[in-house]
Design a protein around this ligand. Structure first.
Ligand SMILES: Cc1cc2nc3c(=O)[nH]c(=O)nc-3n(C[C@H](O)[C@H](O)[C@H](O)COP(=O)(O)OP(=O)(O)OC[C@H]3O[C@@H](n4cnc5c(N)ncnc54)[C@H](O)[C@@H]3O)c2cc1C
Ligand SMILES: *[C@@H]1O[C@H](CO)[C@@H](O)[C@H](O)[C@H]1NC(C)=O
Ligand SMILES: *[C@@H]1O[C@H](CO)[C@@H](O)[C@H](O)[C@H]1NC(C)=O
Ligand SMILES: *[C@@H]1O[C@H](CO)[C@@H](O)[C@H](O)[C@H]1NC(C)=O
Ligand SMILES: *[C@@H]1O[C@H](CO)[C@@H](O)[C@H](O)[C@H]1NC(C)=O
Length: 462
């Protein structure tokens, strides 16, 4: 009987059809081109059982959180691949932060998102400090990918907050790997790219809740390109630049903790909230920018104008906050989410592609100047480069954090000094929905010219 069951099961397994598994962007934006089945388990035990069955038939398995990745790098393109969607495995347990303690811990399951954890912790007077990023994505997916916030002063890799990783290995055994910088197993698991198995649970470090301020200044391009970039970013708990290449300006954003009683303001940040009308205006302008550069110029000017005042509202009243600095609870200010009644850009058809390159922060000026030259070289050909992303070109930073595959690791074989941290040049560009669907100046966006320009800086090997 067991044998017969096995055969029936194997047949059912192979007869399923191969379908794409899409990213958050939906149809036409596959994370995997061809998978045979997507599972939605609700418990860790179910995930273990799925992996054990898959292991017995040598079926490739990948986990997925919120599908918030940008590209189709998640699968090996074997159409037998199955996906374990972790969304419904999302319990938070074993909260521990004794009164007066400097830190504590909480146990979270694979599908727990930042929004969910932040709300839970805030109610309990706690936070994850700076080991957070971009909202509606899972902590497990973030740890798998070495995701990070922007800081040279604080540990801001999400994985820096992990105390234990409970991973279902390729044979379906649940293994507990504890933080230990002297152990290669930990250093591999710390940023695994999801290749060591399904991260089922994470014991995560927490801190007493705290308030922060956010402030932003507009700088001329020269102040950054020829400025002390390390000196501008490293003093703050988190800081970044947004670059407006047509206007030749930067937005300089920084955050730091403040005493609780400094203000009653409860600022709530939103990066992605748009109304349908705003999205349609942006879509019209950016699509027309494929053919008429003046539309891209108008779009950059519009976005710059929208991004200069605070992108914050008062949480208690939903009123716009008009002046810097903005105060509020750490997650609300550092990340935030969606304003009530608003959608995201991708809900309304605004989609982009990006390419992110990391360099030692010691090269920050040289890299940005070389990118400026690449833009100027386009201009000499009559091609005006602008930011087609609503918040500008994203320049982030990362404090060095040692593990085997992380983006901000150090002691690499290239012999270059990564110990002061990294600058990440993240160049998102609008994907048009007209004609051939390519971006404005697509060859440049594919970074053919930019990569060539930057090749002297790209020699990272491990
Ligand atoms: C608009 C946008 C802005 C972004 N901004 C930032 C940013 O500022 N900083 C930054 O660092 N990143 C940023 N990202 C990238 C994003 O943080 C990562 O793609 C993150 O991995 C998404 O998490 P997820 O839960 O959606 O995982 P998914 O997209 O579902 O999965 C990502 C990868 O992790 C693996 N994985 C997922 N869950 C598990 C698990 N439980 N066990 C093992 N492997 C798993 C998957 O197999 C896949 O390879 C951004 C992405 C977008 C689209
Ligand atoms: C997906 O897999 C099926 C079955 O193996 C195959 O026929 C099809 O060509 C594949 N599609 C893509 C896009 O790879
Ligand atoms: C939570 O803590 C209890 C008591 O220490 C322990 O028995 C249990 O296994 C923990 N739960 C998880 C999910 O680790
Ligand atoms: C997060 O994603 C889920 C679906 O995956 C959705 O139901 C929920 O509304 C999202 N939350 C936010 C704040 O966007
Ligand atoms: C905030 O509280 C501290 C003590 O906790 C006190 O010294 C300070 O004066 C207070 N500040 C304001 C603005 O009330």
């Amino acid at each position: 009987m067991a044998r017969l069951f096995g055969i029936v099961f194997a047949l059912a397994w192979t007869l399923t059809y191969a379908v794409p598994f899409n990213t958050f962007d939906g149809e036409g934006f596959p994370g995997c081109h061809n998978v045979s089945k997507v599972y939605d388990p609700t418990t860790v035990n179910e995930m273990v059982a799925i992996v054990q069955r898959a292991a017995s038939s040598s079926t490739p398995v990948r986990a997925s959180g919120k599908g918030h990745m940008w590209y189709d790098t998640m699968c090996s393109d074997d159409p037998a691949t199955i996906i374990i969607r972790t969304e419904n495995v999302n319990r938070i347990t074993n909260f521990s932060l004794p009164p007066g303690a400097a830190d504590g811990s909480v146990m979270i399951e694979a599908g727990v998102t930042f929004v969910q954890l932040a709300e839970y912790l805030h109610v309990n007077g706690a936070s994850v400090g700076y080991t957070l990023v971009n909202w509606n994505i899972t902590l497990a997916g973030s740890i798998a990918m070495g995701v990070h916030r922007s800081s040279l002063r604080e540990d801001s890799m999400v994985t820096a907050g992990a105390l234990e990783l409970h991973i279902i290995d390729g044979s379906g055994n649940l293994r507990i790997i504890k933080r230990d910088e002297g152990n290669d197993e930990w250093l591999a698991a710390s940023t695994s790219l999801g290749l060591l198995g399904v991260i089922a649970r994470i014991k995560f470090k927490i801190y007493p809740d705290f308030k922060v301020y956010a402030k932003q200044e507009t700088l001329s391009e020269d102040k950054v390109l020829n400025g002390d970039i390390y000196g501008m970013i490293s003093p703050y708990a988190t800081a970044n630049f947004w670059w407006w290449p047509y206007l030749r300006k930067f937005h300089y954003r920084y955050y730091d903790p403040v005493p609780r009683n400094i203000s009653d303001q409860e600022g709530f940040q939103s990066t992605f909230s748009v109304t349908k009308t705003e999205a349609n205006i942006a879509l019209g302008l950016l699509n027309s920018g494929k053919y008429f550069p003046t539309s891209n110029i108008a779009a950059e000017a519009l976005f710059f104008g929208l991004w200069s005042p605070p992108n914050f509202r008062e949480k208690s009243s939903d009123q716009a906050i008009l002046t810097w600095p903005v105060y509020g609870w750490n997650y609300d200010v550092l990340i935030g989410g969606l304003y009530p009644g608003y959608g995201t850009e991708w809900d309304y058809g605004l989609r982009g592609l990006t390419l992110e390159l990391a360099f030692p922060v010691t090269m920050a000026n040289a890299v940005l100047k070389r990118v400026r030259k690449a833009f100027d070289d386009e201009l000499k050909k009559g091609i005006v480069m602008t930011s087609t992303y609503r918040s500008g070109i994203n320049i982030k930073f990362g404090k060095a954090y040692f593990d085997l595959l992380g983006q901000v690791t150090y002691n690499t074989a290239d012999g270059v000094d990564w110990s002061k941290g990294a600058i990440m040049f993240d160049f998102p560009s609008f994907k048009t929905t007209v004609g051939d669907g390519l971006r404005f100046n697509e060859p440049f966006c594919r970074l053919l010219s930019l990569l060539t320009a930057l090749s002297p800086f790209i020699f990272r090997t491990r």
